[in-house]
Write a new protein. Structure first.
Length: 93
């Protein structure tokens, strides 16, 4: 009777492979189910959208002012300067 409960090494390895593959399939099924249950995005407010549009336009203006024709920054200017100018221009819009 004790012999019935003993597994050979081949049977043991086959059983472990089966358990491992079952875990992998459960994990992938779990990942798929989480993707399908994603919450819908919240709609942004009208003021936030308009602010984004203004900031986008302001960044284009600031980049035009602080960059050379080949795209490099003017001497003594940094991306920080561009961002600060863009915020300032957005306020004036």
């Amino acid at each position: 009777m004790a012999r019935d409960l003993m597994l050979t090494s081949d049977e043991y390895m086959a059983l472990m492979r089966l358990i491992g593959s079952e875990r992998e399939s459960e994990g992938s099924a779990l990942a798929l189910s989480q993707d399908t249950e994603a919450k819908p995005k919240r709609r942004r407010s009208k003021s936030a959208r308009s602010s984004d549009k203004k900031l986008s336009k302001a960044f284009k203006m600031a980049n035009d002012r602080y960059r050379l024709k080949n795209g490099q920054l003017r001497k003594g200017r940094s991306q920080s300067d561009i961002a600060k100018l863009a915020q300032k221009l957005r306020k004036k819009m």
